[in-house]
Design a protein around this ligand. Structure first.
Ligand code: ADP
Length: 427
């Protein structure tokens, strides 16, 4: 039924009832008693209305303070409607608070920075990622102009030009950030920052790797092409031809080593190639490493091996490649007559350790932290002369990473070096 009718029909009925009662009194007792009763009824109705009005006014002043009365007559409907409104309101409020909490949590976890600014770029709110990216502090910087907080000429120019359809690549506080500004309601603006420092670094490493690898391959290739051109244009005697062929073969081997090492590195880095641990027969592995080192040394060094340590689990091929690289470096960087000692033992942390010590040329301290970088060499010509690719220690580092191990290097120029590999118990 129509709500207005619902309100007026009982009112009209009650009024009619009162009027009829007063009419009957008039007819029975005359006008004065009837008017007196009517006046009393009016007075009590007015009193009831005023009482409910005062209760309503008190409740409106502080709706949380207490319950509304049940009311009488039309007041019952009014109070129950108000009560329902308050309940709905409380429910909405609770939902809103929950949504806000969820929104804040999401913003806290977001890896991208979000800064909300007003129409004149005053900071209103920012999330923790924005604090980290831009050096802001929500509590300290709220209400300050963002251009005074992000002090960078590139950022200033971006704001002045106002071409927000294009993102800005910003170098700020040793980070590389992609910055977007998005205008939204009430002329407010959102600034979003995305940290690409790591991606840029990987991209730079990739570019450097390609440049280095191309450079490394170009040198032997130039030598081979040079000899081939001579052979094609000149009639060489047998001895010269054989000498050229020997040099070309050497350069070919150099390219072969380089490509093999690059493939090994790429395999070790590939996520599609997980390490499959297997029990390792350490003694056999160590004897293989010793045999290879002696073959490379060709009797020029005294090489010894001691095996007295626990067995481990891991990839035998990968560990052979890592230990082989360390042993071959010792041979290649130790002058004839030097001593090389290979040893396998227990480590202090309950795992195993492999140590390669030599009495070779040693390394100056400033180079030590960079030795595992790809293509890093202390002395390029010596490395090349001994068939080095500059990738050996990078391979060692990757193998150890996959085995949860570590490499430490001690060396003194002119005296010798010691490379220690620590591997966890069980591999
Ligand atoms: P390379 O193929 O040039 O030997 P590595 O990555 O194996 O490349 O080693 C990097 C550099 O570390 C070498 O070029 C060399 O300068 C230095 N190095 C490695 N092992 C030794 C060692 N036992 N004694 C002296 N220098 C070493």
């Amino acid at each position: 039924m129509n709500p207005k009718l619902l309100f007026w029909v009982p009112v009209a009925l009650r009024l009619a009832l009162v009027l009829a009662g007063v009419g009957v009194l008039w007819w029975l007792f005359g006008v004065v008693p009837a008017l007196a009763v009517a006046f009393l009824i009016m007075l009590s109705v007015a009193f009831v209305q005023l009482k409910y009005l005062s209760q309503l006014s008190g409740w409106l002043d502080d709706p949380q303070s207490g319950r509304l009365p049940d009311g009488w007559g039309e007041w019952t409907a009014v109070f129950s409607r108000l009560y329902r409104m308050r309940r709905d309101d409380e429910k909405n409020q609770a939902e809103l608070t929950e949504w806000l909490a969820r929104f804040r949590q999401a913003m806290h976890l977001l890896p991208d920075g979000v800064v909300i600014m007003d129409d004149v770029l005053f900071l209103e709110w920012c999330n923790p990622a924005a604090e980290a990216h831009l050096g802001l502090r929500q509590d300290r910087d709220k209400g300050m102009r963002v251009t005074n907080l992000i002090r960078s000429p590139e950022f200033m120019d971006y704001i002045i030009l106002g071409r927000y359809d294009q993102p800005l690549t910003l170098s700020f506080r040793e980070r590389k950030l992609i910055v977007h500004i998005i205008p939204f309601e009430n002329r407010r603006q959102i600034l979003v920052t995305h940290d690409v420092t790591e991606t840029e670094r990987t991209e730079m490493m990739r570019r450097d790797f390609i440049a280095n690898a191309s450079h490394e391959l170009r040198t032997p290739l130039t030598v081979i092409v040079g000899f081939l051109e001579i052979a094609a244009s000149e009639d060489l005697d047998y001895a010269t031809r054989m000498a050229h062929l020997k040099l070309m073969t050497e350069q070919g081997h150099r390219m072969q080593h380089l490509i093999e090492d690059m493939l090994t590195l790429s395999r070790l880095e590939s996520v599609d190639h997980p390490m499959r641990p297997e029990p390792i027969d350490v003694r056999t592995l160590m004897e293989r490493v010793l045999r290879d080192a002696r073959a490379l040394s060709a009797g020029k060094h005294q090489i010894t091996l001691e095996v007295d340590g626990p067995d481990i689990r891991g990839s035998a091929d990968e560990l052979h490649s890592a230990f082989g690289n360390l042993a071959s470096n010792a041979v290649r960087y130790t002058p004839t007559g030097g001593n090389i000692r290979l040893s396998w033992g227990a480590s202090a942390k309950g795992g195993a350790k492999f140590v390669v010590e030599d009495t070779g040329i040693g390394i100056d301290p400033e180079h030590i932290s960079r030795l595992t970088e790809r293509f890093y060499r202390v002395d390029k010509s010596r490395s090349r002369e001994t068939q080095g690719t500059g990738l050996g220690l990078a391979i060692v580092k990757h193998v150890l990473l996959r085995h949860g191990g570590s490499l430490s290097i001690k060396s003194e120029a002119g005296k010798g070096s010691s490379f220690t590999v620590c591997l966890p118990a069980g591999g």
